[in-house]
Design a protein around this ligand. Structure first.
Ligand SMILES: Nc1nc2c(ncn2[C@@H]2O[C@H](COP(=O)(O)OP(=O)(O)OP(=O)(O)O)[C@@H](O)[C@H]2O)c(=O)[nH]1
Ligand SMILES: [Mg+2]
Length: 354
């Protein structure tokens, strides 16, 4: 019997080498993931070490039998893939357990939808600062990780001088509801003269939805149909200390719609433009939304529906990608109560799971 070890980048490459050198009858004895030693091992993908054996090396198959062998090989690759998946999962588990006190929290970040690259970056930074520390208490370890997350969350209150606030984002994320919550906050709690402009004449019932809120609070509302009408509407609300601008939800994949929206907002003087995102949006979709709305020149983020998800990592990913602060989060459908000023410490705790 001949036994040989192969260290390769992926399983397919390994199978090809084994087939070429040991022939189609080779069997896999063991397969495991191996990392380079030292800190560098954290940054480069692990290699796969495959141990294969064969009774005796056979000559390459005759062309007539190639199809059958190909099929058999594919089946074996399929089985091997499954086997490797299981092995990798168990190796990862051992890896985490053997990798020191921070590894558990890193996995927790990833399980909470923090992008693996970002979690790695946090881990590397912690390793740099705390590699020499041994026997840290669990609570201390958690605090170190939490502080790293918190520092990346970039929460920031709205400046007091802000007068014009516009809300943009995908459909149904809670733009109008959040606007209504803030309108009540400014007019009832801060006693500021508040006005509303809506440019959402796109969806049937949108104006009525807003008018209902406005009527309850006695706030004047202007409906703007084209970008040209915007300056007049602003003029009519000239005595207002705060003006909230509602917009129609836009599909992030439709660049034309996003450009139209940008044209409506262009005449606004010194606006704060909030990109409203639902905390329950999938990580990949969130990335697309953040990119495609850039044309609108939003400068702040709001996360809604915090009550509808159990994982909050997308908030950290979004702050990193947009490089912008989160100003508010919303926690339910109740107007005006379910609104909070974003608190980095609180969000970091949610991301780490309590
Ligand atoms: N659970 C929960 N629901 C919310 C929250 N904010 C808004 N909603 C609900 O989400 C739904 C959509 O809210 P809207 O405010 O109409 O959303 P929108 O972004 O204005 O929607 P379009 O204008 O159609 O794009 C409503 O049922 C709201 O009550 C929140 O923080 N939590
Ligand atoms: Mg709306």
């Amino acid at each position: 019997m001949r036994i040989k070890k192969y260290t390769v980048d992926n399983v397919l490459e390994g199978m090809q080498q084994i087939k070429n050198e040991l022939g189609p009858d080779a069997v896999i004895l063991q397969s495991r993931k191996v990392r380079q030693k030292g800190l560098r091992g954290l940054f480069v993908p692990p290699k796969i070490e495959i141990t294969a054996a064969v009774d005796s090396v056979v000559a390459p198959a005759a062309p007539a039998a190639e199809d059958r062998i190909e099929q058999k090989l594919q089946e074996e690759v399929g089985e091997l893939k499954q086997l490797v998946k299981k092995l990798v999962a168990s190796q990862q588990k051992q890896h985490i357990e053997g990798k020191g006190p921070f590894a558990y929290w890193m996995q927790r970040l990833i399980d909470n939808d923090v992008e693996p690259g970002l979690a790695q970056e946090i881990l590397a930074e912690i390793h740099e600062n705390f590699a020499a520390e041994n026997g840290l208490a669990d609570e201390v370890v958690k605090m170190i990780v939490k502080n790293k997350v918190r520092d990346r969350l970039l929460t920031e209150d709205l400046p007091l001088r802000s007068r014009i606030l516009a809300f943009v984002g995908p459909t149904g994320v809670g733009k109008t509801t959040t606007l209504a919550k803030l309108a009540a906050h400014f007019s009832l709690y801060r006693n500021q003269r508040t006005g509303i402009i809506t440019i959402d004449t796109y969806r049937i019932g949108a104006v009525e939805q807003l008018r209902t809120y406005a009527d309850i609070t006695g706030i004047p509302i202007e409906v703007v149909m084209t970008p040209k009408e915007m300056p007049e509407a602003l003029q009519r609300l000239a005595d207002r200390e705060v003006i909230l601008v509602d917009t129609a939800g836009r599909n992030a994949k439709n660049t034309l719609h996003v450009s139209e929206l940008a044209a409506f907002l262009a005449p606004l003087p010194a606006p704060e433009i909030f990109l409203v995102l639902s905390a329950s949006t999938k990580a990949n979709d969130m990335r697309l939304i953040i990119d495609s709305f850039r044309k609108v020149k939003y400068n702040r983020l709001i996360f809604t529906k915090m009550d509808e998800t159990a994982t909050y990592g997308v908030i950290l990913n979004a702050c990193r990608q947009a490089e912008l602060p989160v100003t508010y989060v919303t926690t339910g459908q109740n107007v005006p109560d379910d609104l909070e000023v974003a608190d980095a410490e609180k969000i970091a705790n949610l991301i780490l799971g309590g």
